[in-house]
Every structure is written in C-alpha cells, then in structure tokens.
Write a protein that binds this ligand. Structure first.
Ligand SMILES: Cc1ncc(COP(=O)(O)O)c(C=O)c1O
Length: 382
C-alpha cells in the first residue's frame, strides 16, 4: 500500500498549534458547507422510522436508484435502467476500490492519472493490478495523451476524473467520446470518477462520460461535494450493466448498502432543483476569485479553475513540495497539500482546498509570502 503524506501534514499542523499558531487548514477537500435543510429533515425523520433500522436489501435501494437515474437523465440526457445500470455506493471512494476488485484480475493493467486522487493507488494495490500512470501535463490542459501509449497496450481499465482533483482541469464531451472510442477498440473499461460534476463555475457545465455511451463505461457519482454530504458516505455508480452486476456481487460480500435514512436523504437531494447545487458552487467560485489573484501576486502560476473546489498552483523554483508544505504549516499555520502527494507529476505544485471564506484565503496567501521556496527570496503580495 502506498504511504500517505496526510500523517506528515497532520503532525506539522499539530506542531503549529502547540506553538500557539492559528492554523488555516486548506489541505482537506471536505466541503465546509451544510446539506440543504430538507435533506437533513428527511434524515431526521428516517431515524424515527423503525423500517430503517434493519439491513437494507437491494430492493430497498430502488428509490435511490430511480432518483439517480432521473438526475442523470435530466442533467446529461442519459437514459439508464435503474434496475441494472445504477448501484448505490457508500461513497465514490468505496465504489472505486470494490469496482477494481470486481472487474480486474490480479496483474491486469490499470491506467490512472498522475497527478491523481491518492486513494486511486491504494485501490489499485488492494486489487493487485499493475498501475500504469498517465501523465497529466499543464501544456495539455492536464488531459492525458492516449496516443503516446504503446499501440499494443490493452489495459483492463482506464480511470479518469474531470473536473479533476487536484488540477481542477475540465474535459469536454468530445474528449470523452475520443477516450470511449479508444477504450472500446481495446476492450478497456472506462471508469470515470465524477464527484465534482456540479461544482462548476459561471456558465460552464461538466459533461458525463456516459454521454459517450453506457456500455463499457462506469461513472462514479458522489453526494459529498454537490450536496455537502461527505460524512454521510453516499454516492452511486452508473453505466455498464455487467460491470455493475460484478460490483454488486463484490459489495454483497462486504457491505449492505447505505443506511436507509441516508438513502432517502440522498434521493431527496438528487431531486432538488439545480439552483441548490449552483448556490454551493458559487460559494467556491467566490473563494477562487479571492485566492487566485493573491497567489498570482506571489509570482505563482495559477490557472483560473472552471470547476472543482481546488486551486492548483505551480510554484516557480519548488523542487520539494512535501518539505515546503510541512515548513509552511509549521511556520505560518497555513496547511496546503504538497503536489507530490498526488504523484510524481505533482511535484512543483501545491493544492489549496477552497474550504475557508475569501478573507481567510487572502490571509493564507499573505502568510505564505513569508515562506521561502527552496531558498528563493519571498515575494510580498502587491
Ligand atoms: C476525485 C475524488 N474521487 C472521490 C472522492 C471521494 O468521494 P466520496 O466522498 O463519494 O467517497 C474524492 C474526495 O475528495 C475525490 O476528490
């Protein structure tokens, strides 16, 4: 199993607190917003309903499966069979780990992005697959170059994620059509991890990989980001019926679906008007607009994200992002994610999670102006 820098960062934050520093923690991608009151009320009522106290069976998940299928139809124009093509998850992260167990054999090749969400490598290790990383480079808009791969490569699965964590990059429907065609030609399952589907800014709306076809594609959705339900642990997989049947068999050996009250709350959330999700996204957009100019004033190279809840900043001269992040946390109390935590291609970057109000983000940038980047002279914000 790959190691984690989260423990290092946790210790650095603790040292800052012990030294009496106020910590500004921008290192964890967990929304600081609250679920809609109607969602909370649904859950509260469910806790008083004895029907929700027993193990939920597959048939009990039908209302959530139908709500998920209705959402995907309304939002992306994708028509799915709620019986065979949608499966509730205990979060997208759980879904991915079990999906890899379900659709691969040990030794199979899995293509995954570098930089990428760190648990991808853990899930690959659990499934015993050979992880081959796809470089996501700034000059390609952090999109992979599949044509650069050996022509005879026949990976079992390809894992992608747009809007992307950590880079905030987005992909359009034409990209997914091209990737789906590439996968189809090789018998490769396309897995699209899509927790940031609705965290998009302005007029930009993220497409679904399922728009490129349902067969051979599985998309993982989450209630954690759009509906601020990360602690509730609920999401769903949608797409290829055979892959979902295999996933359901693996999950049947491991878990019993989310608590019925959480399923009811999630089904309600998925039926809420679009404006609810948009309002949450607008909060992250306002924070983006506070942080990006402040980082650019430090001389950092930062694209303006169109989506997600992150800012991915290239720091000129940075060669050891882990040491930098630990030093920044200890000396200023500002905790960011070192880019290296997301893979080799993340070196030289740091990731900010937009989980504090604009004025706190501006203060974080001000404090970081005092931290030397590998001996370079710190630049004061203008
Ligand atoms: C790319 C990506 N996938 C999955 C997850 C986890 O989603 P869930 O809470 O539904 O397990 C996250 C959370 O940060 C993420 O960034």
């Amino acid at each position: 199993m790959p190691g984690s820098v989260f423990a290092l960062m946790d210790a650095a934050k603790q040292r800052a607190r012990s030294a009496g520093r106020e910590v500004i923690d921008l290192s964890i991608g967990s929304s600081d917003q609250a679920p809609s009151p109607a969602v909370l009320e649904t859950l509260r009522e469910a806790t008083h309903d004895p029907l929700t106290y027993r193990y939920p069976l597959f048939s009990d998940t039908r209302p959530l499966r139908e709500a998920a299928a209705a959402y995907l139809g309304r939002r992306f124009g994708v028509n799915l069979d709620a019986e065979r093509e949608v499966l509730p998850l205990i979060g997208a992260q759980e879904g991915l780990a079990h999906l890899l167990l379900a659709v691969t054999d040990p030794g199979d090749t899995l293509l995954l992005p570098d930089p990428g969400y760190p648990p991808y490598l853990g899930a690959a290790a659990v499934a015993g697959v050979r992880a081959v990383t796809l470089p996501l480079l700034p000059e390609r808009g952090f999109l992979p170059d599949l044509d650069a791969l050996p022509a005879d490569l026949r990976p079992r699965a390809l894992l992608l994620n747009y809007p992307n964590n950590p880079t905030s990059a987005v992909a359009d429907a034409a990209f997914f059509r091209a990737v789906a065609a590439w996968c189809r030609a090789r018998g490769t399952l396309l897995i699209h991890d899509h927790p940031y589907a609705e965290l998009t800014f302005g007029d930009y709306r993220a497409p679904s990989a399922l728009e490129a076809g349902v067969q051979g594609v599985v998309e993982l959705h989450s209630l954690s980001k759009t509906h601020h339900m990360g602690g509730f642990r609920v999401g769903f997989a949608a797409g290829d019926a055979d892959a979902l049947a295999a996933l359901a068999r693996v999950k049947g050996a491991v878990d019993f679906h989310p608590y019925l009250g959480i399923q009811r709350a999630a089904a309600l959330a998925l039926g809420l008007p679009d404006e609810v999700g948009r309002a949450g996204a607008a909060v992250f957009q306002e924070r983006r607009d506070a942080l990006v100019p402040a980082l650019r004033a430090l001389g950092w190279e930062v694209a303006l994200p169109q989506a997600s809840m992150y800012v991915w900043a290239h720091v000129p001269g940075l060669t050891d992002s882990v040491a930098y992040a630990v030093r920044a946390a200890e000396t200023t109390g500002v905790a960011v994610n070192p880019g290296r935590a997301f893979g080799e291609r993340g070196e030289g970057f740091v990731r900010f999670a937009l989980i504090q109000p604009p004025e706190v983000l501006a203060e974080a940038a001000r404090r970081l102006s005092e931290v030397a980047v590998c001996g370079a002279v710190p630049v004061s914000p203008s």
